[in-house]
Ligand binder design. Structure first.
Ligand SMILES: [Zn+2]
Length: 64
């Protein structure tokens, strides 16, 4: 199984796949455990506001 990509918003690698498309292989849905961002593999993420430092400081860490 392919590893989930790093979070496009906070660069965390604490990400996981949460769902597959109903039509197999169309897209995957990923979630970041760090900043709770959720995205599809087919989304255009180039314009995303990357606030890495801000998010790492402000993220609510539910597992702590
Ligand atoms: Zn994130």
């Amino acid at each position: 199984m392919k590893a989930a990509p790093a979070c496009p918003r906070c660069d965390s690698t604490k990400t996981r796949k949460v769902a597959d498309s109903p039509i197999k292989g169309k897209w995957e849905l990923y979630a970041c455990d760090y900043c709770h961002y959720v995205w599809r593999s087919t989304e255009d993420l180039t314009g995303i506001d990357k606030r890495v430092e801000y998010l790492r400081q402000k993220a609510v860490h539910v597992w702590e």
